[in-house]
Design a protein around this ligand. Structure first.
Ligand code: SF4
Length: 210
């Protein structure tokens, strides 16, 4: 049980549950191949059965780290900072993004949108999940929509989500990693028939980098 001061610091975003942070290349979406520093926050209540970071789900398993410590480490590595999880919008990200931007960094987020948007963002990568759909205005604010394709119904869900984003939002279909051999040919056919979409691969997994 957290004491009251810690709970208040969490609510203010002065402390965040940090699972890991690392400098690598973005492997997915529009910024694929770009050097970036990833901040992976613990905690996710969405529960995708194919999730490849299930160890992130329990926020309590990860240390609460002062936001200034996270920011100093990030800015020492890169000016492109990607906040991911877990589901990072479980936390108040206003202070984190203010401090990163004050340090001259671009702020990117990867989110399912299942919790209200907080923070100031240069790039929002939205990856909605059927079991806990996006809330608030995150669909309209998304810069890229990344739909993970596990089965045929996911194409229908992808179109349902694409109908709600802005006209400028980039549209990506990405195979769920364990099903990529089965799903990728379907994505290829789908993109050729619906060229407003692009195929996205998890380049970092092919390269065996983080
Ligand atoms: S939203 Fe992301 S972190 Fe959460 S269960 Fe789904 S894939 Fe995993």
């Amino acid at each position: 049980m957290l004491n009251k001061d810690t709970q208040i610091a969490l609510q203010k975003g002065e402390l965040l549950p940090l699972m890991e942070a690392f400098y690598t290349l973005q492997g997915e979406g529009f910024y694929k191949g770009t050097a970036a520093y990833f901040i992976r926050l613990g905690g996710c209540d969405v529960g995708c059965h194919w999730c490849d970071v299930k160890e992130s789900w329990q926020a309590e398993a990860h240390p609460l780290v002062p936001v200034d410590t996270i920011v100093a480490e990030a800015l020492a590595h890169s000016k492109t900072i990607i906040i991911t999880g877990g589901e990072p919008l479980m936390w108040n990200l206003t202070l984190l993004t203010e401090k990163l931007r004050a340090g001259g960094a671009r702020t990117h987020i990867e989110t399912s949108g299942a919790h209200p948007l907080s923070g100031s963002w240069d790039w929002i990568c939205l990856s909605p999940k059927k079991i806990k759909r996006p809330v608030g205005d995150v669909l309209q604010k998304a810069n890229e929509l990344k739909m993970v394709i596990y089965n045929n119904h996911d194409f229908i869900f992808a179109e349902e989500m694409a109908a709600q984003v802005s006209p400028e939002c980039l549209l990506y279909l990405q195979p769920e990693w364990s099903k990529r051999a089965e799903v990728m040919p379907k994505i290829v056919d789908y993109v050729m028939a619906h060229p407003q979409w692009k195929a996205s691969l998890q380049m970092h997994k092919y390269l065996d980098i983080r």
